[in-house]
Design a protein. Structure first.
Length: 67
Protein backbone atom coordinates (compact mmCIF):
# COMPACT_ATOMS: atom_id res chain seq x y z
CA UNK A 1 0.00 0.00 0.00
CA UNK A 2 1.28 3.45 -0.90
CA UNK A 3 -0.30 6.48 0.75
CA UNK A 4 0.13 10.16 -0.01
CA UNK A 5 0.44 13.40 1.95
CA UNK A 6 0.49 17.05 0.84
CA UNK A 7 3.96 18.10 2.01
CA UNK A 8 7.08 17.25 3.99
CA UNK A 9 5.63 18.46 7.29
CA UNK A 10 2.71 16.04 6.93
CA UNK A 11 5.10 13.26 5.96
CA UNK A 12 7.19 13.80 9.08
CA UNK A 13 4.04 13.97 11.21
CA UNK A 14 2.72 10.73 9.71
CA UNK A 15 6.01 8.95 10.42
CA UNK A 16 6.08 10.29 13.98
CA UNK A 17 2.47 9.23 14.54
CA UNK A 18 3.32 5.69 13.46
CA UNK A 19 6.17 5.67 15.94
CA UNK A 20 3.87 6.81 18.74
CA UNK A 21 1.51 3.94 17.86
CA UNK A 22 4.35 1.46 18.20
CA UNK A 23 4.77 0.91 14.47
CA UNK A 24 8.40 0.62 13.49
CA UNK A 25 9.22 2.92 10.59
CA UNK A 26 12.13 4.40 8.68
CA UNK A 27 12.12 7.96 7.35
CA UNK A 28 14.01 8.47 4.09
CA UNK A 29 15.92 11.76 4.11
CA UNK A 30 17.67 13.00 0.96
CA UNK A 31 21.00 14.60 1.77
CA UNK A 32 21.33 16.07 -1.73
CA UNK A 33 17.94 17.80 -1.31
CA UNK A 34 18.96 19.64 1.83
CA UNK A 35 18.04 16.71 4.12
CA UNK A 36 14.41 16.81 2.98
CA UNK A 37 12.24 13.86 3.98
CA UNK A 38 10.80 12.21 0.87
CA UNK A 39 9.18 8.98 2.09
CA UNK A 40 8.88 6.54 4.95
CA UNK A 41 8.38 2.82 5.17
CA UNK A 42 6.95 0.70 7.97
CA UNK A 43 7.25 -2.83 9.15
CA UNK A 44 4.56 -5.14 7.68
CA UNK A 45 1.18 -4.11 9.10
CA UNK A 46 -1.72 -6.54 9.59
CA UNK A 47 -5.19 -6.51 11.08
CA UNK A 48 -6.27 -3.72 13.39
CA UNK A 49 -2.89 -1.97 13.15
CA UNK A 50 -3.82 -0.94 9.58
CA UNK A 51 -6.28 1.55 11.11
CA UNK A 52 -3.34 3.89 11.72
CA UNK A 53 -3.39 4.65 7.98
CA UNK A 54 -7.11 5.08 7.37
CA UNK A 55 -6.95 8.88 7.15
CA UNK A 56 -4.34 8.85 4.39
CA UNK A 57 -5.53 8.65 0.76
CA UNK A 58 -3.99 5.99 -1.44
CA UNK A 59 -1.51 7.28 -3.98
CA UNK A 60 -2.69 7.22 -7.60
CA UNK A 61 -0.22 7.83 -10.43
CA UNK A 62 -1.04 10.66 -12.82
CA UNK A 63 -3.38 9.52 -15.56
CA UNK A 64 -4.57 6.48 -13.58
CA UNK A 65 -8.07 5.51 -14.55
CA UNK A 66 -8.01 7.58 -17.74
CA UNK A 67 -8.64 5.50 -20.85
Amino acid sequence: MVCTVENEAQLRLAAATCGLKGIRQYLFVEEDLGFQATAFATEPIYGERRRAFRKFPLWKPEGAGVA
